[in-house]
Design a protein around this ligand. Structure first.
Ligand code: CMC
Length: 387
């Protein structure tokens, strides 16, 4: 029925019009609502950026306070969701658990499907970080903490993670500031795999919770958000292997090896990823401020230099992406490796929400790609006895 364009991976398909994030892959430019990522990462707080993405403008102090307070008011998770979390094995991957817990929010908060999406938005921003810390507490055999509404968003997350219940805990401002920067850098990235998933699921008018849960699952894959965990595992493997970066570069170039240099390459950025530039500097700053000497930083830097001087990577315009150095910072902050992608999800949440809202506000039609059929032509049914 008519002419269908074939575009596997949607490399050349603009599936929507969007006023949220501008990305120029040739020039390495990223802006949220017109503001450069460099300035936002340097000067804003994560909640300010969340407000900007979701509402279109930077908040005034009064608007920001009221947004932050509305989020704090939702920072108590329904008790039964704790039970759902406890039913998950502690060996399971935390991305699986948070996708399920976010999916379950529909059953607890939106039974009739009539919850005001503005309420769902506040609950998600308030509760995703809380639920994410449960997996960690379970993994180390500690009880969970309650939100401390006297703290800012990032500091409260750190308290939820690292405070041993019953004892006192002091948030290190260096750690909190670094986390703020990382979350801002992850907050939106136009029509990537997980965001497209959120929009596609939402286009059927599925609930915000259902759409975000789908987005979390899409983010989990190693070619997308899961790359940050894979990068550290790769760097560790290289370290254990005597630090032979050349061997891994050779493997990445060999198409039969099945190995890719994790944290390298990007569908859209073909000169550099501006987020990677900021993160690389932040990694140096944070590690020295915290007095952490992580040997994988040296391996990362060596690998980067080797790749940037190699014809294979140069010809294909493969550069370090956001995930290449972020894990090194997360590790210095004390976040366990298999929670790196969870941190990405917490950062990306406002972007997913903004994109979902925009899609609904613009009354976009249900997403429904076409195909080029390559199967059998018509044939007669064969009775089972005759097959
Ligand atoms: N190592 C080795 N070769 C690579 C790599 C890599 N990391 N990335 C791409 N290539 C090669 C690829 O084999 C292909 O070569 P050829 O033209 O000879 O067939 C060429 O470069 C183009 O690659 P592609 O797979 O067609 O490009 P894509 O736009 O479909 O994929 C990507 C982009 C990010 C999935 C890919 O570069 C990749 O797998 N990178 C490693 C995983 C990663 O770091 N992902 C995080 C992406 S950024 C943040 C996020 O999305 O979460």
């Amino acid at each position: 029925s008519g002419y269908v364009t074939y575009d596997p991976g949607f490399k050349n398909t603009g599936a929507t019009k969007s006023a949220i994030t501008f990305l120029d892959g040739e020039e390495g430019i990223l802006r949220y609502r017109g503001y450069s990522i460099e300035e936002l990462a340097d000067k804003a707080t994560f909640l300010e950026v969340a407000y900007l993405l979701i509402n279109g403008e930077l908040p005034t102090q009064i608007q920001l306070d009221s947004f932050a307070n509305a989020i704090k008011a939702e920072a108590v998770v329904n008790d039964s969701i704790v039970k759902v979390s406890n039913a998950f094995p502690k060996e399971g991957h935390p991305m699986c658990e948070i996708a399920a817990l976010v999916g379950s929010m529909s059953a607890f908060y939106d039974v009739d499907g009539n919850e005001d999406p503005e309420k769902s938005i506040l609950r998600l921003i308030a509760q995703l970080p809380i639920m994410a810390t449960w997996w960690y507490k379970k993994s180390i055999g500690e009880g969970i903490n309650q939100a401390d509404t006297s703290l800012d968003y990032c500091s409260d997350f750190l308290q939820l993670m690292f405070k041993t219940p019953g004892s006192s805990y002091q948030v290190d401002p260096i750690v909190s500031k670094a986390l703020n920067k990382l979350l801002i850098l992850h907050a939106d990235h136009e029509q990537n795999c997980s965001t497209s998933t959120v929009r596609l699921v939402g286009s059927s008018h599925a609930s915000l919770y259902a759409s975000i849960s789908a987005g979390i699952n899409a983010l989990w894959g190693p070619l997308h958000g899961g790359a940050n965990q894979e990068v550290i595992e790769m760097l560790e493997a290289i370290k254990a292997d005597g630090g032979d970066t050349e061997k891994y570069i050779a493997m990445a170039k060999d198409k039969n090896s099945g190995f890719r240099l994790m944290g390298f390459g990007h569908r859209v950025y073909k000169n550099f990823d501006p987020r990677a530039k900021i993160i690389k500097k932040a990694a140096d700053d944070v590690l020295s401020a915290l007095g952490v000497n992580d040997p994988v930083l040296g391996i990362a830097s060596h690998l980067e230099q080797a790749a940037l001087n190699d014809e294979y990577f140069v010809a294909r315009k493969l550069y370090p992406n956001v995930d290449f150095y972020s894990g090194i910072i997360y590790r210095a902050l004390g976040i366990p490796t298999n929670m790196f992608t969870v941190m990405f999800a917490i950062g990306r949440l406002p972007g997913w929400i903004a994109q979902w809202k925009e899609m609904r506000a613009n009354k976009e039609p249900i997403g429904r790609p076409r195909q080029i059929y390559t199967g059998a032509t018509e044939r007669a049914f064969v009775e089972i006895a005759n097959r």
